[in-house]
Ligand binder design. Structure first.
Ligand code: C5P
Length: 331
């Protein structure tokens, strides 16, 4: 990952670096739209070894005159696509924590971005989770874990999982988590697309397809989402072949409808021997499961050669959620 001068805190400032992982939903069962506009979900989140790092450092006095100033800088290949204003989820996390704790909250957040942007891999949620932990430590708050999880859920449906990591069943709108046991390391390849997809647009397309294809009441007929027992059993056994066969994403038809070219990406991965293939979350990243590290390497090479994606990245899961990497205190 490219270093940036902004990652190095100025002398006399304190800084804290936290790393948070990307996720793939090995199952994403989408129920009906709730009264609050969110969809009821039963989703199996799985954290994988692609990471963003967030460094929180104290702003120099000259820049922190205003209460609650959050300065955002971003490095990495896709840095230009990341908002650096108050819309940035990491900035919102810092502001929310400061408000809740009653501290001034002036901070510089540097995001070293490696997770695909708007790719369906919870990159923004990872940054928010990392910012919560980093600011909590920087400001010496020692916020209880339960409160951090509450704040995370306020920020977004996937943010609690980015804090927790591992593999977990998400219910509600995805924010209520129960750990899921996984009996071995899973080897993944992620085909990164050019450009992102908007999550609200993909959910809206899912609703539209259900109204059009379902006939009758459409959305009203959608059954309550449930985790698939065969997937949970395959995960517990660490049986990659069975996990591959059980991968399922109810948002996939909507993502394919908005981005038809993804069908060719999925096909290329299957033809190259993937044990299973699906769109990751709301897409457009496609996820492929491989037997072992060697097979994943071969699959990544084949996907890049197919010309159906911008890049193919290998990763393993599960990995932990947001973790503290470094803390340097001012003298
Ligand atoms: O919670 P988050 O901010 O990540 O959600 C982004 C958008 O995705 C929501 O505004 C909503 O349109 C859609 N969404 C949904 N149901 C969920 C999660 C997200 O409809 N369970």
């Amino acid at each position: 990952m490219s270093a940036d001068r902004a990652t190095a805190p100025a002398p006399g400032t304190a800084s804290v670096t936290v790393r948070a992982p990307a996720k793939v939903n090995v199952q994403l069962a989408v129920g009906g739209r709730r009264a609050d506009g969110f969809h009821a979900l039963a989703t199996v989140f799985h954290a994988v070894s692609l990471y963003d790092e967030v460094t929180a450092s104290t702003l120099p006095a000259s820049a922190s005159g205003e209460q609650g100033t959050v300065r955002i800088t971003v490095s990495g290949a896709d840095a230009a696509q990341v908002p650096t204003d108050g819309d940035n989820l990491a900035a919102r996390a810092a502001t929310l924590l400061a408000r809740r704790a009653g501290v001034p909250g002036a901070v510089h957040l540097h995001i070293a971005k490696d997770i695909p942007v708007a790719g369906g891999m919870a990159g923004g949620s990872a940054d928010a989770a990392a910012a919560l932990l980093a600011c909590d430590r920087l400001w010496g708050l020692d916020t209880p874990r339960a409160t951090l999880l509450e704040l995370a859920a306020e920020l977004g449906s996937d943010v609690p999982f980015s804090l927790v990591g591992g593999t977990a069943l998400g219910t509600g709108r995805g924010e209520r988590l129960t750990p899921v046991e996984v009996g071995g390391t899973l080897h993944w390849v992620f085909a990164v697309a050019d450009g992102g997809l908007s999550t609200p647009a993909v959910y809206a397309e899912c609703d539209r397809l259900r109204r059009t294809d379902g006939g009758g009441d459409g959305e009203a007929d959608v059954p309550a989402p449930e985790a698939a027992p065969e997937l949970l059993a395959a995960l517990r056994a660490g049986d990659a072949k069975a996990v591959g066969a059980a991968l399922a994403n109810d948002l996939q038809p909507a993502a394919l409808s908005l981005r038809p070219a993804l069908a060719a990406t999925l096909r290329a991965g299957r033809e190259a021997g993937a044990l299973g293939a699906l769109v990751s979350g709301s897409g457009p990243t496609c996820a492929f499961l491989a037997e072992d590290a060697e097979a994943a390497g071969r699959l990544a090479t084949a996907l890049e050669a197919s010309g159906t994606c911008r890049a193919a990245r290998t990763a393993t899961g599960e990995v932990p959620g947001a973790v503290l990497l470094a803390a340097a205190d001012s003298p």
